[in-house]
Structure formats: structure tokens, C-alpha cells
Design a protein around this ligand. Sequence first.
Ligand code: 13P
Length: 253
Amino acid sequence: MRKPILAANWKMQKTIPEAIEFAEAFLPLVADAEVDVVIAPPFTLLDRLGAKLSGSGIALAAQNVNPNESGAFTGEIAPGMLVDLGCQYAIVGHSERRALYGETDALVSQKAASLLNHDIRPIVCVGETLEQRDAGSALSVVAEQLRGSLAEVASDRASEVVIAYEPVWAIGTGRTATPQIAQEVHESIRSVLGDLFGAVGGEIRIQYGGSVKPETVYDLMNQPDIDGALVGGASLDPEAFSRIVHFEREGSQ
Ligand code: 13P
């Protein structure tokens, strides 16, 4: 049984007072949640927000990491520093980092392996562009990203990895992939994970990301290989994100 995992990626948004205000509104709304809830705020909020979330069962995540232990890497954050702040997860290989900061599959794979060495679970993002989808190569592009981005992940740690399938054309566009389109890719991801890790591939959780909203989350989560969501815009609002966390209730409306 794969436990659903609903994660917020705040990207470069919210100040400390805004994050505290979010937490105060959000925590009571999800106190009874039986799923894994994760919030990935900017680095500047990890300490204060982490203190606020402490004891709530909500996990803290970073949005990026440098794979090295320490050293002359100006502006970078090492995995051990994330451990210091109580991070249990870190997003790696988000399409914005791949597109804007030149992150390669090889680097993403180093980051994932380094995080696992520090007992932080990587959320490894993959996803095709609109051009790649229109060219009919979505499945092959995603499979290649996946193989490259997981190359350094050992089989005995693979169950701790989370995959986030985020089609680039659906991010921040309001254009969610249909549940059928998402399921097709998730099923193909599941089969690549099986090739890479054998039976463990069936334990790895695969999130969908890209314009997930309270109105769309239930049908997505109802697909057999969709185990969670990685949510940008809608996760900034405590009420909207709490409805996403309680996705089952959205279906019964
Ligand atoms: P939106 O939900 O704003 O489309 O962002 C998705 C995303 O990139 C999450 O990592």
C-alpha cells in the first residue's frame, strides 16, 4: 500500500510573517489528515516554519540541495544543513531548475544519492515540454530523465524516493493534464521503476504536479498509479491546500 503524499512547493514565495500566518490557518484544517503532508518553502523559511510545524506530523522539505558535503560553493546549501533544520524531504530536478539553472539528470542523480546518505527523501521531478509531447516523445523523454536522475540511487534505498511527474506545459498554466494523460505517464514511470529496482519499484510513490487544484485532485488521485500531488500555486492558500490534502472529500461533493 502506497501512502498518499500531498506536497506544497512554494517556490520563491512568502515572507516569514506570511508563512507563520499560513501555518496558523492550515494546521487546524489538516489535524486529522491520514496522508503524508509535506511543505517545501524557500530556504529562508525552513527554520521558523519548521518550528511552527513541529509535532504536527507535517514534514518539512527543501526545494533544492547541493550534493557536496561542504566547501567553497558560494550560495549553496549542503544536505547536512537541511538535516540541521529538520528537513525530511527535498525536491530535486524541478523543471524550473532544469530549464533556468541548467540542471542535468547527472546532477539530479548526485543530489538524490547525497540526500539519501543523509536520510532525507528526495522528490525527483521529471516531465516533458509541450514540444516533446506534441512530437509524441513524452514517454521516452520521461523514461530517459528518470533513468538518468536515478542512476546513483541504490536499490536498497529506492523505496524512500518520491517521483514527481510534472509536465512542463501544465505548470502554472492552469492546464492540468487529464487524469488519463497523467495515468498513462505514471504507468510508464512505474514500469521503468520496475526495470531499475525490481519489486521495490512498486513501493515508490509517484506524484502528479501541474496546476493541481481542489477541483481536480480527486480524479487524479483516483488513478491507480497516482499516489500524490506536488502543488505550486494552490498550495499558497491554506484553505485550498487543505482541500487538496483532504482530496477524498472533494470526490464526495
Ligand atoms: P502549479 O501547481 O502552480 O502549476 O506548480 C506545479 C509545480 O511546479 C509544483 O512543483
